[in-house]
Design a protein around this ligand. Structure first.
Ligand code: ADP
Length: 537
């Protein structure tokens, strides 16, 4: 198969079309995907942040609900008791151990009554302290009343300045409706530490569910007061204020990883997928390119073959006709000349029948219709007989072959005609491509369980990039003397076919300018049933 200049042009065009159809869209698509991947990364991060915020929000809601529940309970208790009886309130406090103190006050902040948990220790909140806390924040108290008038109970937290130190206390103030319908204030006091350990901590554990790490902090501190698990050093938490505990925060992070890590892993996975897709598409495009290129080259080679063959048919036919006509006219008096003409006619007729046989054999092989008849035979005999037949032909081409036979019969099971044809093809090429050296060697040998026929020339040789392709149908090496040498490009593909049918193979070692050695390798004792090799004892 000759690579014609037109084929290169078609290949380039095909490459360009594929580039336009596949590679350009691929580049754009990948660039677009890459860009949206970065956008997606930011979006993911934001989504995670919001999800974590929602969890923190639910924590705050929980704390709020607990306090609201206390307020409702207090309300119910006081409704049953018109005077705000000490015993009733103390019973309420005993039922709610987290609460230390209950304060009741009228809206004018004149009548302030304080009830304390029996078991409570430390200083008790006095009426003055209470006033000191709430009076300066009168606008917040006024808001409580406003909200309560529309039936919404708002809770307002105050930090009680600690005189004992360490364990801070919180006062939650809210407005309530009394039995007679008028409004008043109530306050609940509890210790931060107790609120966190009894109310917040169980919730942290509950919400974390192994996936998140949740913790409660004092604002600005990195060591948590309480956490749902082991907190790594310098762990980065997403934090939000605890509404009911001023100066406190709840924080959340993913267990064992960070949002950034999760997002980065996702980004890398997606990037890898895009790259994989690119590789698959490129491989597909390359495959299409190669297959179409092979098809176009094949089509071109086929038409080159037709023109080659027609030319090869025409030349011997013209010669035969010319010499036969001359002889027919009887004008040749010289006997020697006449003999020469006869020889030429026979030689050209031989060439013709060889060519026609090659084409016929080839088409039979292509259709898988060539029958092989396996018989035991000796490769030495086969080579000897071919060389005998070809001696004259070789002499005419100035070649006296160097011949060597294996010292014992090289027994194989083979189709004798096919073996002869394979050897002839190699010899023929050896003669055609022997170059000026006119050296040709033919020998048989045994190597690694194979009977081998070796044909060596010191001719033009074959460049390594073509050494596989020469066995392809129609392939002819495009450089060198191919245009001066006649050929169909079928010979070696026939040889390859024959060797495969014999469960053997054809090998070539060659160097441009130095020559080529072709080897036919037949398995010894092959019986002819495809793939079986009978070992002889
Ligand atoms: P052709 O009819 O062209 O000789 P073949 O199939 O026999 O076809 O060989 C294919 C091509 O391999 C040839 O065209 C030639 O280029 C190259 N070739 C085959 N044998 C030899 C050799 N002994 N030395 C150099 N080139 C060779």
């Amino acid at each position: 198969m000759t690579t014609l200049p037109g084929a290169a042009h078609t290949s380039r065009k095909l490459g360009l079309i594929l580039a336009l159809l596949v590679i350009l869209p691929l580049v754009f698509y990948s660039a677009y995907e890459f860009a949206s991947l970065s956008e997606g990364e930011e979006l993911m991060r934001e989504m995670y942040r919001r999800q974590l915020d929602a969890i923190l929000f639910s924590l705050n809601m929980h704390a709020w609900d607990v306090c609201s529940h206390w307020a409702t309970q207090l309300d119910l208790t006081l409704r049953d008791d018109a005077q705000g009886d000490r015993a009733v309130l103390e019973a309420f406090l005993n039922r709610t151990p987290t609460l230390e103190t209950v304060i009741l006050a009228d809206t004018a902040l004149k009548d302030i009554r304080i009830f304390r948990q029996e078991a409570a220790t430390g200083q008790m909140l006095t009426a003055e302290e209470f006033l000191g806390l709430v009076r300066p924040a009168w606008s917040r108290l006024a808001a409580l009343l406003r909200f309560q008038r529309v039936d919404y109970r708002k809770l307002e937290p105050f930090v009680i300045p600690d005189t004992v130190g360490g364990d801070g206390r919180i006062l939650i103030v809210f407005a309530r409706v009394m039995r007679n319908g008028s409004l008043s204030f109530a306050g609940l006091v509890f210790r931060e530490r107790q609120f966190i350990s009894r109310i917040i901590a169980p919730k942290l554990l509950d919400v974390s569910s192994g996936e998140f790490l949740l913790a409660a902090f004092r604002r600005g501190e990195t060591t948590p007061i309480s956490a749902s698990g082991q907190v790594p050093q310098n762990a980065d938490f997403q934090r939000r204020d605890l509404w009911l505990l001023p100066g406190h925060e709840v924080g959340i992070r993913l267990q064992g990883t960070t949002v950034d890590e999760v997002v980065r892993a996702r980004f890398q996975r997606n990037l890898l997928l895009i790259l994989l897709l690119d590789v698959i598409l490129l491989a597909g495009a390359l495959l299409i390119y190669r297959s179409v290129r092979a098809q176009t080259e094949f089509a071109r080679a086929k038409s080159a073959f037709v023109s080659n063959v027609s030319h090869e048919l025409r030349t011997p036919l013209a010669l035969i006709r010319m010499f036969a006509e001359t002889l027919e006219m009887g004008r040749l008096k010289d006997e020697g000349k006449r003999q020469e003409y006869y020889t030429t006619i026979v030689r050209e007729a031989d060439r013709l029948s060889h060519l026609v046989n090659t084409i016929l054999n080839f088409s039979r092989m292509e259709a898988g219709r060539r029958p092989y008849h396996f018989h035991p035979m000796d490769l030495n005999d086969a080579l000897r007989s071919v060389l005998e037949t070809y001696r004259l032909h070789m002499e005419q081409h100035g070649i006296t072959p160097v011949v060597g036979y294996f010292s014992a019969p090289v027994r194989i099971s083979a189709d004798e005609d096919a073996v002869t044809e394979a050897i002839i093809n190699l010899l023929d090429n050896g003669i055609k491509y022997a170059g000026p050296s006119r050296y040709l060697a033919a020998r048989t040998l045994i190597r690694d369980g194979y009977g081998v026929v070796e044909i060596e020339d010191h001719g033009i040789g074959i460049a390594s990039e073509y050494q596989k392709k020469i066995f392809d149908v129609f392939f002819r090496v495009p450089t060198g003397m191919v245009h001066e040498t006649k050929g169909s490009g079928l010979g070696l593909s026939l040889v390859d076919h024959i060797m495969t049918a014999h469960n053997g193979r054809v090998e070539v070692s060659s160097k441009p300018g130095a020559g080529s050695t072709f080897r036919l390798l037949f398995p010894l004792n092959y019986t002819g049933e495809a793939g079986t090799l009978r070992k002889e004892a």
